[in-house]
Ligand binder design. Structure first.
Ligand code: C2E
Ligand code: MG
Length: 283
């Protein structure tokens, strides 16, 4: 099984290569800040995996997550990312940033693994992280597809206090009745509605409606893909609780994240430096 992408890393990637990459420590996790509206305080990060390929350079997850799912490697990859992110969070906490949390993307296939719940609890225990500091990001479409057992697993983790975020919200098929019953703390709006939120009244109305929904159901609302000041002002004005995007910073290494945001006050300077990503090799 091989996956190719015209804009991708060149020749198709194989499961064997990915397996070797995991054994050879070629995967890295970068962190993108989540910023509280109003105070502009960094409240944590989303963990985003990359493949630092020795010949092809840094490979984005869209080029290998699907391969990992199809080859049955996503459980191993997902567990590694989860542990890496928890270890990093522990380091940040030790460094004095005790309020920070970390969000990890979870593939629907991981939720179907019989051991997923224990893997999450083990990671928290091993790295001495409080449940409420870990967010699991699950795509809306995954929860709406009634995939066997997914909702039960998430309900158990939700009861433990682990934060559950419904990502790409608005792309799936959620109805109000469903949303009310889902084990969810956070709704991450689909980037589609954020892209032109400051200029398109339909998008700003949709975002405003999601914010209202969130406040009725007691959910935190996050606006991702914020890469312009006007977008940031609009999503804050509309009442989104947090934002994320290139305006704040691109995904960067954990050590750079701590150096850059590890003070109590984070003032928005007008955008992150994309060159920060080049710190991967030394991070
Ligand atoms: P996502 O969870 O929606 O992650 C956000 C993506 O948007 C990231 O791409 C991030 O770099 C990018 N982004 C951040 N700010 C901006 C912005 O202002 N504008 C735009 N246009 N994009 C922005 P990335 O890191 O390439 O990740 C792509 C997707 O790969 C993620 O989408 C997530 O679905 C998946 N992914 C990443 N890491 C993992 C992982 O560890 N496990 C699993 N299962 N999936 C992962
Ligand atoms: Mg995500």
């Amino acid at each position: 099984m091989l996956l190719a992408d015209p804009d991708g890393p060149g020749a198709p990637l194989s499961p064997e290569e990915l397996m070797r990459a995991m054994s050879n420590d070629e995967l890295v996790v970068l962190y993108q800040p989540k910023v509280e509206s109003g105070s502009r305080r960094v409240v944590g990060a989303e963990a985003l995996v990359r493949w630092q390929h020795p010949q092809r350079g840094l490979i984005a997850p869209r080029h290998f997550i699907e391969l990992a799912e199809q080859a049955g490697l996503i459980h191993r990859l997902g567990r590694w990312v989860l542990n890496r992110a928890c270890a990093q969070l522990h380091e940040w906490h030790e460094g004095g940033n005790i309020d920070w949390g970390v969000a990890v993307n979870i593939s629907p296939m991981q939720l179907q693994h019989h051991d997923f719940g224990s893997q999450v609890r083990d990671a928290l225990r091993r790295h001495r992280i409080l449940a409420e500091k870990l967010t699991l990001e699950v795509a809306e479409s995954c929860l709406m597809q009634q995939i066997d057992g997914c909702r039960d697993v998430l309900s158990d983790l939700f009861s433990d206090g682990i934060q559950i975020a419904l990502a790409d919200f608005g792309n799936g098929l959620s109805s109000l009745a469903h949303l009310k019953r889902l084990p969810v703390h956070e709704v991450k709006i689909s980037r589609v509605f954020i892209a032109e939120v400051d200029s398109n009244p339909i998008d700003s109305n949709i975002v405003s409606t999601i914010v209202t929904l969130g406040s009725i159901l007691g959910l935190r609302i996050v606006a991702p893909g914020v890469d312009r000041k006007e977008q940031l002002h609009t999503v804050e004005l509309l009442g989104c609780d947090q934002s994320q995007g290139l305006l704040h910073a691109p995904p960067i290494t954990g050590s750079l994240f701590q150096r850059r945001f590890g003070t109590q006050c984070y003032a928005l300077t007008g955008g992150g430096s994309p060159s920060a990503v080049t710190e991967v090799a030394s991070g």
